[in-house]
Design a protein around this ligand. Structure first.
Ligand SMILES: Cc1ncc(C[n+]2csc(CCOP(=O)(O)OP(=O)(O)O)c2C)c(N)n1
Ligand SMILES: [Mg+2]
Length: 356
């Protein structure tokens, strides 16, 4: 059932006292969905994310990366498949588990790694760290430490695009835990009511920190519940990159075509603990092993082998390339400068208030 189209509110009168920064101009031509990715494209992206994440695990253990760290290992097919359906002009809003989304979106590994190290060359100048990867040039609007916090931001981006008729789509990643938050339900309702160009990409990895899906949700079929807001909603095997890419493409086409929001429940699993602080005592070794046996990277490589698209040598070359890119990023991050103390107040107070 599709709700009647309602008009979004008109922007209010501008507050004369607050000199708002000029909004970036909308694109000259409407955004167009890119061609479908090849399996090789998907594999390359997943390998880069896998190597990046596993290297971060080591660097954190060696105390070179500090602060919070939430790894994406096991969920790579989701980031690779969903971002492949997006045009460069589309927007992405992420979570605190954001490195995989950023890398798949094309944010350079160098800039992401430098952010992990807190260096000035990082995507947020080293001020954000792991949870705050941000790159406006790729319309990658973060990284957000608040569970569900990206959802209303994504609705705002989508509303702006709808009002300007740009043809652009905003994709918002969030978890099964965020689905339980008010932000999700308010965003879903308004997005459906206003027919916003929004793709809601729910990464259902079965846990919100140590809380199992069934301990948090009275009805665990998330697509069924999302559909009740009046939007197409599908459950997809999030361990299968080609299945994710296909579903994402269909959903993005539907959104771009003016169909309002679409919801994808991507059924996946994180192989590592919630964060580096989590002793991971709420899951059995057998459960983790069962999911690891469905590793999305090995699964895709195996299917490509069977179809004669990949052999051991080619896979080794791809692995080496991904490892090299990550290692170069680590070396560059180690050598990069920290922000000088003199810049401490930059972005904290308005330039007029900054001490000379
Ligand atoms: C509003 C809010 N409540 C609680 C937290 C603490 N917290 C951090 S991560 C998390 C679990 C979120 O799980 P989910 O949305 O499923 O994402 P996942 O970590 O599984 O990717 C919680 C409760 C927070 N950061 N923000
Ligand atoms: Mg979760």
């Amino acid at each position: 059932m599709t709700p009647a189209r309602q008009s979004p509110p008109r922007p209010g009168r501008r507050n004369a006292r607050a000199a708002a920064p000029a909004a970036p101009a909308p694109p000259a031509a409407p955004a167009v969905t890119p061609p479908a990715p090849t399996r090789l494209d998907l594999l390359r992206t997943m390998l880069l994310v896998r190597h990046f994440e596993e290297r971060c695990f080591e660097l954190y253990s060696g105390r070179e990366i500090r602060g919070f760290l939430h790894l994406y290992t096991g969920e790579e097919a989701v980031a690779a498949g969903v971002t492949a359906a997006l045009a460069p002009d589309d927007a992405v809003v992420s979570t605190y588990r954001d490195h995989g989304h950023a890398l798949a979106r094309g944010v350079p590994a160098d800039a992401v790694m430098a952010e992990m190290f807190g260096k000035a060359t990082g995507t947020s100048g080293g001020r954000g760290g792991s949870m705050h990867i941000f790159d406006v040039s790729r319309r990658f609007y973060g990284g957000n430490a608040i569970v569900g916090g990206g959802l209303p931001l994504a609705a705002g981006l989508a509303l702006a695009d709808r009002m300007r008729d740009t043809g652009r789509v905003t994709c918002c990643f969030f978890g099964d835990g965020a689905f339980a938050e008010g932000e999700f339900h308010e965003t879903a309702n308004l997005a459906a009511l206003w027919r916003l160009p929004l793709l809601l990409a729910c990464e259902n990895n079965l846990y919100a920190m140590g809380t199992k899906l069934a301990h948090e949700h009275a009805v665990t079929d998330l697509a069924l519940r999302a559909a009740s807001y009046g939007m197409p909603a599908w459950s997809v095997d999030g361990m299968d990159a080609t299945a994710v890419a296909l579903a994402a493409r269909q959903a993005v086409d539907g959104v771009r075509g003016g169909g309002g929001p679409y919801f994808l429940e991507l059924r996946t699993y994180r192989f590592r603990a919630h964060s580096m602080y989590d002793p991971d005592r709420y899951r059995s070794k057998e459960e983790i092993a069962r999911w690891r046996a469905r590793d999305p990277v090995t699964a895709l490589a195996a299917r490509m082998r069977v179809d004669g698209e990949l052999d051991d040598d080619a896979l080794k070359k791809l692995e080496d390339l991904a490892a090299r890119e990550v290692e170069d990023a680590v070396e560059a991050a180690r050598a990069a400068p920290e922000e000088p103390a003199a810049d401490l107040l930059r972005h904290v107070v308005s330039p007029a208030e900054e001490p000379a």
